[in-house]
Design a protein around this ligand. Structure first.
Ligand SMILES: [Zn+2]
Length: 378
């Protein structure tokens, strides 16, 4: 199967970039409501609708939700690409919808999506509220979980651009986790199933983004939704859409999440497909925090002969319904252990930021020069 051509064929053209809100997807939901069951499942803390989309008639129930963290929109885009695929005619679509019932909650945190924040309107991280259930958004998810009785949950997120796949200079474009179900991280049958599915997906993705797939840390935290569902005996997979080179809009990663979803649905709906053993899961490199967006290497800041490396990280800032990437100095020193999505070699030449050699952490980089030559960091 060629998921690249499927993506070209089914990519939802009205969605682009990082700022995706209920307003952005409302016309799509309206259109789909003529074909597919769209329901109001409840409301957010600020009374925005939380919708569900249900497809298929099969016995295997899959529950997925995106944007539980409001500013993590990549998987929402992939979900609508997937919907375009699933609502078209074809053998694979038929097989999936015959075997599975799929319920999707796109944008579980619509208030955070509007603000472009991780947290909801009450500044609560919903992925730490699985036990307290203090927030309406989590109450909606729990109610859907209880009523729908999923066999498999897909918890869809974005991760920052700081992650590498293992101790390598390969960014973690996509990462997965089969969350732990208890303190001892035991491997129950349902967790093993999640691990084997992830292994299958990783194998498939290797042809698209070789060595750019990571495995997330599995420290147990029952306040996280994935750990809670796994502990309740329901196979759960965490998806993390990450950074692909020069893809700050996450339009490439969107494709790899789409591909993962297609491969996953193909695997669960076809008993003839054999999943790898769980030992493969443990061979997927663990996510490490080894990346900065930019590193200026061997910069001279004064007349002395010593040099430093300067790391710059983009901060995402919402302004006028657009996400702006603000470059800020994040760390200085010997950063030879770290990798960058963009390396600038100063070779011991004088570096000025905003016309000054007095550079400190958190400075916004409006202007960069190396030996009086202006350098563009975008
Ligand atoms: Zn997240």
């Amino acid at each position: 199967m060629n998921t690249e051509s499927l993506f070209i064929g089914y990519k939802e053209p009205s969605l682009f970039g990082r700022y995706i809100t209920l307003e952005t997807i409302a016309p799509l939901l309206l259109n789909y409501s003529k074909l597919i069951l769209i329901q109001d499942e409840g409301h957010s803390e600020e009374n925005r609708n939380i919708h569900s989309i249900t497809l298929g008639t099969g016995k295997f129930n899959i529950l997925m939700w995106s944007q539980m963290h409001g500013n993590e929109s990549t998987t929402t885009k992939s979900i609508f690409d997937l919907l375009n695929f699933l609502s078209s005619e074809g053998k694979l679509q038929e097989q999936i919808l015959k075997y599975c019932t799929i319920k999707i909650l796109p944008i579980l945190n619509p208030d955070g999506a509007v603000r472009y924040t991780r947290e909801n309107a009450n500044r609560i991280d919903l992925n730490r509220d699985a036990q307290d259930k203090s927030q309406k958004e989590i109450q909606v998810l729990m109610k859907v979980f209880t009523d729908f009785k999923p066999d498999l949950c897909l918890n869809m997120h974005d991760q920052r651009s700081i992650f590498s796949a293992g101790d390598t200079d390969n960014s973690a474009v996509v990462s997965f986790l089969a969350p732990a179900a208890d303190e001892s991280k035991s491997i129950s049958e349902t967790r093993a199933y999640a691990m084997r599915l992830i292994s299958y997906l990783t194998n498939k993705l290797q042809t698209l983004i070789p060595n750019h797939i990571g495995r997330y840390d599995d420290s147990f935290n029952l306040n996280c939704v994935g750990d809670t569902f796994q502990s309740m005996g329901v196979s759960t997979i965490l998806f993390e859409a990450g950074h692909y080179i020069n893809d700050y809009q996450r339009e490439n990663t969107r494709e790899y999440i789409f591909s993962s979803l297609i491969y996953l649905l193909e695997a669960v709906s076809n008993p003839k497909i054999l999943l790898p053993e769980i030992k493969y899961y443990f061979s997927i490199p663990e996510n490490k925090k080894l990346f900065f967006d930019i590193i200026i290497r061997n910069a001279k800041l004064s007349n002395s002969s010593t040099t430093v490396d300067i790391a710059i990280q983009f901060e995402e800032n919402l302004n006028n319904k657009k996400v702006h990437f603000i470059p800020k100095v994040r760390q200085m020193g010997d950063l030879s252990m770290f990798f960058a999505h963009k390396n600038l070699e100063a070779n011991g030449k004088l570096v000025l930021i905003n016309g000054s050699n007095s550079i400190q952490n958190h400075h916004i980089v409006n202007d960069l020069s190396i030996e009086n030559e202006k350098i563009s960091i975008f």
